[in-house]
Design a protein around this ligand. Structure first.
Ligand code: T46
Length: 142
């Protein structure tokens, strides 16, 4: 688990500096605002409305997910409990450091999902089959 309130994820307010009539700037720093060093940033764009992505878990990868623009439903599961988080503002982030199954649903077209990740891309870190995930998480819990 990676949060202090019993949830297997953590919601954070990304630091935001607003300038009157000139918009806002958001930022976070490795090791200060998020509990890992960032090796990779990726972002998902051009997704039509009502599309699902995800359907996988990561074994070791730690991530900060945030929606830069639009509205996305993030569904997380630890195999026992399910969680739903709406990402609809660029200063709301979700830190995941536990192997959670995740699905993302595009509520608004062209919403942009951005991820800061602790590792380089490695397909062997993915579990893309739900039954395999349940076995993995059961073995992890012992
Ligand atoms: C995640 C959710 C939130 C790469 O080649 N390099 C990369 O760095 C990434 C992230 C993906 N890929 C390839 C792997 C697939 O062939 O891009 C293709 C699409 O990836 P995927 O189907 O995993 O995309 P999503 O939107 O289901 O999941 C992505 C991330 O993969 C995943 O880490 O947590 O966003």
């Amino acid at each position: 688990m990676n949060s202090d309130n019993g949830l297997p994820y953590k919601i954070i307010d990304i630091k935001r500096i607003s300038s009157e009539n000139e918009g806002a700037l958001q930022f976070f720093e490795s090791g200060k605002d998020i509990p890992f060093e960032i090796k990779r940033i990726y972002y998902i764009t051009d997704v039509p409305k009502n599309v699902w992505r995800g359907r996988h878990a990561h074994k070791k990868l730690h991530q900060l997910l945030f929606c830069l623009y639009g509205e996305i439903l993030l569904k997380l599961s630890d195999g026992t409990n399910d969680y739903e988080i709406i990402l609809n503002k660029p200063n709301k982030g979700v830190i995941i450091t536990y192997p959670l199954w995740r699905d993302m649903f595009w509520i608004k077209k062209d919403s942009v999902l951005c991820i800061a990740a602790s590792e380089f891309y490695d397909e062997t870190d993915y579990i893309r089959n739900y039954d395999e995930y349940i076995k993995y998480i059961s073995d992890l819990r012992g």
